[in-house]
Each structure stands twice: as C-alpha cells, then as structure tokens.
Write a protein that binds this ligand. Structure first.
Ligand code: ATP
Ligand code: MG
Length: 112
C-alpha cells in the first residue's frame, strides 16, 4: 500500500478528483497548502537575480492506494493535472505500514 501526496494547481482539483473517481478511488483527503518549487514562487528566475521566495497557494490531495492500482492512479492524476507550464505540481509516493478502519478495526488492504 502507498500514500500519495499530490500537490496540484487548485484550479485542477475538480478534474483530478473526477479522474480518480473514475478509477474507483473511494477516499481522499484535501488540504489547502502553500509552497514553492524551483522557481521559488516566481514565474521566471533571472540569472544572478536575488529573489525572495514566495508561497503560492496549491491544493494537496492525499490518497491511500493498493499497490496494484498505483500506476493507473498516477497516470490519471498526471494527465488531469498537467498543463506543461511551470508550477504544475509534484507527487510524493510513500510506503504505508498499515491502515486501520476505526469503525471495524479492519487493517491493511481491507481497511481502504
Ligand atoms: N522540493 C519540494 N519539497 C516540498 N514541496 C515541494 C517541492 N517542490 C515543489 N513542492 C510543492 O509543489 C508545489 C508546486 O511545485 P512546482 O510544480 O513549481 O515544482 P517544480 O519542481 O518547480 O516544477 P516546475 O519546474 O514544473 O515548476 C510547490 O508550490 C510546493 O508546494
Ligand atoms: Mg516550479
């Protein structure tokens, strides 16, 4: 099992959500975040110029996925979130030791 931390443009949330639901993803957590990447929150970084880093609002989607579904979820999220412009976002893939459904105490893959 993996946890995906998918940071996207907030304007892409609905299309990414729809794409993931088509694949049968039935749970996700959304966090409004602020951050910056290589351009430090600026559209361009000029050589030699010293620019203060700026936090840009983004949306983070956290999803727990079965290992078998990982590739299709990644492909769908990327296709739905990509514009090709700077700042499209980033996906971190983390191993998950265990998951517990609190209501029933189920663990592991059956708890998703
Ligand atoms: N190294 C990082 N660590 C943590 N969060 C990051 C990192 N890089 C990017 N992010 C997060 O992802 C958001 C989008 O980053 P962004 O898409 O600009 O990455 P990038 O590596 O600069 O890619 P690009 O060159 O396409 O802009 C940032 O606002 C920040 O929230
Ligand atoms: Mg960037």
């Amino acid at each position: 099992m993996k946890k995906l931390e998918i940071i996207i443009r907030t304007s892409k949330l609905n299309s990414v959500k729809a794409a993931l639901e088509t694949l049968g993803v039935h749970g996700m957590t959304i966090i409004e975040v602020k951050g910056y990447g290589r351009q430090r929150g600026h559209k361009e970084v000029y050589r030699g110029a010293t620019l203060e880093s700026q936090f840009v609002p983004k949306t983070q989607i956290n999803i727990l996925v079965h290992d078998e579904g990982l590739k299709s979820v990644l492909d769908a999220a990327i296709a739905a979130a990509q514009t090709g412009e700077l700042g499209d976002g980033k996906i971190a893939i983390l191993p998950v030791e265990d998951v517990i459904r609190i209501r029933t105490g189920e663990r592991g893959d059956t708890a998703l």
